[in-house]
Structures are given as structure tokens and as C-alpha cells.
Design a protein around this ligand. Structure first.
Ligand code: NAP
Ligand code: ZN
Length: 364
């Protein structure tokens, strides 16, 4: 039995976790709160964090300009803001976009001489990060990754520096009013993390335990995902599945669908989870060894791949238009993505990847 398993983030779970555990915010004298433009002001998360910081006598400044799929230019702007404010730790609130941005801003502020064009790649430290997810999808609160949009390279890239949050607060209350489409797309992202980890070359006994448990919990949410009606308990299950997905991919990385989904997000503006999800039926068909794929159906509580395909088709409804030239360009790009390819446990080539795109997006 071989493998390494490492997740150093303290995870604080439950209703009012932020207020009840305000002592866990004591990572410095002044916090930079990093968040998106709107949602954290409406779902109570920003208000709770401000109250917790006040409770601890910690001052703060708010940077609320993080867009979906945050780009390097926004990180640079936030760095200038943070330097000016003299902050010494970061609190990220939101979906994966603000959480990833928080990590990148943390690296820039810890290394103020670093130019933004040199941010991607390397092994630098960051200011301490606290992560408060308000979507149940990316698991960024328990991963070391930060996915950034690099307009010069015309794609999304992992920042490279390994930055785990010191503390993650999980409170499903913040998700109660999330629209059904965002819930489905982010929920699909969580499932894809669990599945890609489970099927990865790098999976090991411990990451498998986490992935299996996450897939099982996700399976208990299928009816809600289909109906669009979510109780607090279901929101909590989706959040737990998402965080477990983060723990799993922190140890194994993601694989083909994540690499293949990036151009769909960059060029076609497809939300991250949906971009993975639309490729899934044909991605799973590529596996010659069906044993683990079949185990996934069982863990989800489903009888067959046909049932799973029906669910994926409903949850990943899309109208993505791509040309033959675009499919070929995306395929070539994926063929040079060695980091993702090496996580896929079987031999795949240009034709396999082309077929996944073609059949998923053009249905033939
Ligand atoms: P997101 O881009 O963070 O947010 C999507 C939308 O959801 C935004 O409009 C946001 O509004 C809204 N939103 C957030 N929380 C909400 C809530 N509680 N209620 C209602 N609306 C809410 O989406 P995401 O899917 O969570 O994150 C995607 C990003 O994470 C991508 O860049 C992806 O590549 C990355 N990612 C990272 C990892 C990792 O390990 N680090 C893993 C997978 C994906 P506001 O903008 O107003 O907040
Ligand atoms: Zn993802």
C-alpha cells in the first residue's frame, strides 16, 4: 500500500460556525476580506465575518470585485489595495472564484516584489488564508489550488504555489437561497472532483475512502438536484460532499474533464461545473476497466450507467455551440496537458479526447 495523504486545513462546521468560533479568525491584526460583487452581501456570510472580526477586535478592509473565473488583472488590483490597507491575513468568502483569488492575493501580498506575470508557477508562501465557501462545488477551502484566468495565455491555469487555507468554515445557511442552476452546476463540480479523484492514477486507500463517502453523500442529494428543491439538510450534505471532494483532489488532482472543460469556460463562458459535467457521459465511457466506474453507480445508489446518464443529461442541460475547428483546437491543447493526462489511469490519445468533445457537444 503506497500513497500520501495530506490536508492541513482546520474545518469548522455547522450553523453559525463563523460567529461561534470567532477565535479562529485570530491570524493577524488586519484582515483583507476578499469576495465577489454581490452574493456575500445577500446570503449573510459577509455580515457574519464582519461581526466575528469585530468580536475579536480585528480590523478589516473589503475587496469585493472578484469576478467569476478571476483573472490576473483583478489579483493585481487587489494586491495594490491590500498593500495600501496594510493587511496581514486574508478571509475569502464566496464560491471558488473568491476563494482561489484569496490564495493568489495572499501570495502576492506575502511577496510584494513579485510581478503579476510571474505569479503562476513556483512554490511561494502566502499570508494566512481563511476560507468560507458559499457554493458547494469547488472544495477550494480544502485544496492547495487556485485556478486563475490568464488572458495572455487565453486559458485558465492552476497558480502552482501550494496554498491551503488555515481554517475553513462550513455553514450551509449561506446557500439556502442559491438559485437551482448555480446549485446544480456547482454540485456537478463537486461530483466530478470525487469521481476524478476516485478514478485517478494517484488515488490511494485514504483518498478512496474520502471519495467513496463523498459520492455516497452526493447520491443522497440527487432527488433534490433534479427537483430544484433543497432543504437545509440537503444543502449541508452537498457542502460536505464538496469539501470531501476538495480533500480528495488535494491528494490526487483532477483529470481529463477538468482539463477539457477549461476552454469551454474560457471561450464559451460555460460555468466551471457545467463545463466538466457536459463531458462526463463520454468521459466515463472511455474507461476500459469498468470495475471502479460501476462502483460509482452503486455508491450513488443507482442501478446502472443508463440511470446515471439520464441524471447527468438533466443536470447538465446546455446549448454550447462549437465548430469542428474549435473541437480540434481544444483536443490538441488537451493532448499537451501532461499534468491532467497523467492522472488518467489508462492510455488515451488524440482520437479518444476528440471523440469525448465531439459526442458530448455535437452528439455524433
Ligand atoms: P463562482 O465563480 O465562485 O461563483 C459563481 C456565481 O455564484 C457568482 O455569480 C456568485 O456571485 C454566485 N454565488 C456564490 N455564492 C452564492 C450563494 N450562496 N448564493 C447565490 N449565488 C452565489 O463559482 P464556483 O463554481 O464556486 O467557482 C468556480 C471557480 O473555482 C472557477 O474559477 C474554477 O476553476 C475554480 N475551481 C477551483 C478549485 C480549487 O481547488 N481551487 C476546484 C474547482 C474549481 P458573486 O460573484 O456575487 O459572489
Ligand atoms: Zn472543478
Amino acid at each position: 500500500m503506497e500513497g500520501i495523504y495530506f490536508v492541513p486545513t482546520k474545518i469548522v462546521m455547522g450553523k453559525d460556525a463563523v460567529i461561534k468560533n470567532s477565535g479562529d479568525f485570530k491570524w493577524g491584526k488586519k484582515a483583507l476580506i476578499v469576495t465577489g460583487k454581490n452574493s456575500s452581501k445577500k446570503n449573510g456570510s459577509l455580515e457574519d465575518v464582519e461581526a466575528a472580526l469585530r468580536q475579536e477586535g480585528i480590523s478589516y478592509a473589503i475587496f469585493d470585485e472578484i469576478e467569476e473565473n478571476p483573472c490576473l488583472e483583478t489579483i493585481e488590483k487587489a494586491k495594490a489595495f491590500g498593500l495600501n490597507e496594510g493587511v496581514d491575513f486574508i478571509v475569502g468568502i464566496g464560491g471558488g472564484s473568491p476563494l482561489d483569488a484569496a490564495k493568489a492575493i495572499g501570495v502576492m501580498l506575502q511577496n510584494p516584489e513579485l510581478e503579476i506575470d510571474n505569479l503562476i508557477g513556483g512554490n511561494l508562501q502566502s499570508l494566512p488564508i481563511i476560507a468560507i465557501p458559499t457554493t458547494a462545488g469547488t472544495g477550494s477551502e480544502t485544496t492547495q489550488y487556485a485556478i486563475l484566468t490568464n488572458h495572455k495565455a487565453q486559458t485558465k491555469m492552476n497558480m502552482g504555489h501550494s496554498i491551503f487555507a488555515k481554517v475553513a468554515f462550513l455553514d450551509a445557511t449561506y446557500m439556502m437561497n442559491m438559485p437551482a442552476d448555480i446549485t446544480r452546476h456547482t454540485g456537478i463540480d463537486a461530483l466530478t472532483h470525487l469521481v476524478e479523484s476516485y478514478l485517478s492514477t494517484k488515488s490511494n486507500a485514504l483518498s478512496d475512502l474520502v471519495a467513496e463517502q463523498g459520492i455516497k453523500i452526493w447520491g443522497e442529494c440527487i432527488d433534490s438536484l433534479l427537483s430544484g428543491y433543497f432543504t437545509y439538510e440537503t444543502r449541508e450534505k452537498l457542502l460536505l460532499a464538496s469539501t470531501l471532494g476538495g480533500v480528495a483532489i488535494a491528494n490526487t488532482g483532477t483529470s481529463l474533464p477538468h482539463g477539457m472543460g477549461y476552454p469551454l469556460t474560457y471561450y464559451k463562458k460555460v460555468p466551471h461545473g457545467l463545463a466538466n459535467g457536459v463531458l462526463y457521459i463520454h468521459y466515463l465511457k472511455v474507461f476500459k476497466d469498468r470495475s471502479k466506474v460501476e462502483k460509482i453507480h452503486q455508491l450513488l445508489g443507482l442501478n446502472s450507467h443508463i440511470e446515471f446518464e439520464k441524471i447527468l443529461t438533466i443536470l447538465c442541460t446546455h446549448a454550447i455551440q462549437v465548430t469542428e475547428e474549435e473541437i480540434k483546437a481544444y483536443t490538441s491543447s488537451m493532448c499537451s496537458n501532461e499534468a491532467k493526462l497523467k492522472n488518467h489511469p489508462e492510455e488515451v490519445g488524440y482520437e479518444d479526447i476528440y471523440n469525448i468533445y465531439k459526442r458530448s457537444l455535437q452528439g455524433n
